[in-house]
Design a binder for this molecule. Structure first.
Ligand SMILES: *[C@@H]1O[C@H](CO)[C@@H](O)[C@H](O)[C@H]1NC(C)=O
Length: 214
């Protein structure tokens, strides 16, 4: 009866096979469990990360400081003579931020006619603080050089004279002393045309000056 008890080589092989299969099965289950857990952890992590990202993006959109807006509200060229007359102008400086004040450290202007500089005002204002949503009018008058003068006698004044440009250079700081103390240099270009009376045409009044940075 021993033969019925003794494990034949065939039987041995069979057991080994079962054991090996069990080991494979176990490893498969274990592996899939581990990968399922790690996939879950990964998904939770990515979800949290994207929610935090979206919150920060919305906060940044809501709180980021906006540059000031500049508009030309007047430009006056006596005798329609940009080369000799003192040119007067008014610039509207608007702070569009609801909660952020702007320190304007300096602001200067240069007047161009057909891209030729015809006058400049190095400083339109002492340094000033601009509260949120405030609009400040800045006036300037170029020196002019007095020579020449006046339209030729008897000639009809033109309906309009195009080609004026007031270039603004400002240095500002936003009122966010904890994380934004550096100075922003802003350059703005205000295109303009005057009518036969030497005054800014209404179409250019309150037209936003284009801003660019260096
Ligand atoms: C803008 O602020 C200046 C300086 O604080 C103030 O004198 C002026 O009245 C304000 N303008 C408006 C429209 O609130």
């Amino acid at each position: 009866m021993a033969s019925s008890y003794s494990l034949s080589p065939h039987h041995h092989r069979h057991l080994d096979q079962i054991r090996a299969q069990a080991a494979v099965q176990y490893r498969r289950v274990h592996d899939s469990l581990t990968s399922r857990v790690s996939r879950f952890v990964c998904a939770v992590f990515l979800t949290v990360l994207s929610i935090v990202g979206v919150i920060f993006f919305i906060l940044w959109l809501a709180l980021r400081p906006h540059r000031p807006h500049f508009y030309l509200s007047s430009l006056s060229v006596p005798n329609l003579d940009p080369y000799h007359s003192p040119i007067s102008f008014t610039v509207s400086d608007h702070n569009p931020n609801h909660n952020i004040g702007i320190f304007c450290d300096s602001i200067g202007a240069t007047v161009f006619f057909n891209n030729i500089e015809v006058g400049s005002v190095p400083s339109l204002s002492e340094p000033f603080y601009q509260p949120p949503l405030n609009t400040t009018e800045l006036r300037g008058t170029t020196a002019g050089n007095g020579g020449g003068g006046g339209p030729a006698a008897g000639s009809e004044p033109p309906d309009r004279v195009d080609g004026f440009r007031v270039e603004l250079r400002a240095k500002i700081r936003f009122q966010l002393s904890t994380w934004d103390t550096h100075r922003h240099k802003i350059h703005a270009n205000c295109d303009a045309a005057i009518g036969s009376d030497g005054q800014l045409l209404p179409a250019y009044r309150k037209k936003r000056c284009s801003i660019y940075f260096f």
